[in-house]
Ligand binder design. Structure first.
Ligand SMILES: Cc1ncc(COP(=O)(O)O)c(C=O)c1O
Length: 284
């Protein structure tokens, strides 16, 4: 398996940043004109797996043209396009499936987490000719558990009944606007971004150099937890807060949560949260 960078408009490793150009084009160019021409030619490439919005890698919304460009390269070279929607699928993005935002049709999609609303179930949905090939059968120990399947069916009914897909879209936009306001007040916040209810808040020590503020992020998350808000952080520099609330969250709850973040970030900026609070704590 070969990994290539995800196009990060704020902190691109291959291309320019959001102000100067499109980080997605740089990644597509690297894929088509370097990877596929050298170390991994199309004949050796079964598929390309991508998250439509990257989650643990830093909650990154790709530039608008990126996924369509990736699909075009896949079609041109006969490579399968596989989407990982384990975290964002089933409404979180503001569409039932995140790939719908980008006008692409993947050959297969993986689902998990939100599918069962907490019950353990996952699935791969794909074109028949992909999924019906195996002459042998693997039954899997946990596959097809009737309780988990019933929970997932009920969960899907609830998503529809409560209109949670559109709720994720509009409450998520409201949350993003509130995070933008926070960014205006706190120099520690380098970037905020998101699609629907999958949002990221990235801390930096200096907005010019974008030096990742990782310990500061750990303290913010810890302080927010003490104040009653559960968030966690990730990203390749451990400085991105992932905000993936339940889809039932309301605007009033957004206000409550953002007020806690405001306080926690302010206290960390003012040096009021000591290193000791972290103790053995790591991650979330
Ligand atoms: C986007 C994404 N894909 C895949 C996985 C892995 O799923 P599983 O734990 O079911 O293997 C995760 C788990 O965190 C995830 O967030």
């Amino acid at each position: 398996m070969i990994k290539i960078p995800y196009p990060d408009p704020y902190r691109s490793v291959l291309g320019s940043d959001r102000d100067a150009g499109d980080a997605g084009d740089a990644v597509l160019d690297y894929l088509e004109n370097y990877i596929l021409r050298t170390i991994c030619p199309p004949d050796d490439t079964a598929g390309i797996i991508v998250e439509p919005v990257q989650s643990d890698g830093g909650d990154i919304v790709p530039p608008p043209r990126f996924l369509k460009g990736l699909e075009t390269i896949c079609r041109k070279h006969g490579i399968l396009l596989l989407n990982d929607e384990v975290k964002i699928g089933f409404g979180r993005s503001g569409h039932m499936f995140a790939f719908e935002h980008f006008g692409v049709v993947p050959d297969a999609v993986s689902f998990g987490k939100s599918m069962g609303g907490g019950m353990p179930i996952s699935a791969v949905v794909g074109r028949r000719e992909l999924l019906d090939v195996a002459p042998a059968i693997n039954m899997y120990t946990m596959a097809g558990n009737p309780v988990a399947c019933a929970a997932a069916m009920a969960n899907l009914d609830e998503i529809e009944r409560l209109g949670l897909v559109s709720q994720a879209g509009h409450v998520g936009s409201y949350l993003l606007s509130k995070l933008n306001e926070l960014q205006e007040r706190h120099a520690l916040i380098g970037d905020v971004r998101g699609l629907g209810m999958m949002l990221g808040l990235e801390t930096v020590r200096d907005r010019g150099t974008k030096e990742p503020a990782d310990r500061e992020m750990a303290k913010i998350v810890m302080r927010a937890f003490e104040l009653g808000l559960v968030v966690f952080y990730g990203g390749i520099y451990s400085n991105v807060m992932e905000i993936t609330p339940p889809l039932i969250m309301t605007e009033a709850e957004v206000d409550e949560g953002v007020a806690i973040l405001d306080q926690a970030i302010g206290e960390v900026e003012a040096g009021q949260v000591s290193d000791e609070v972290l103790g053995e704590y790591a991650g979330w």
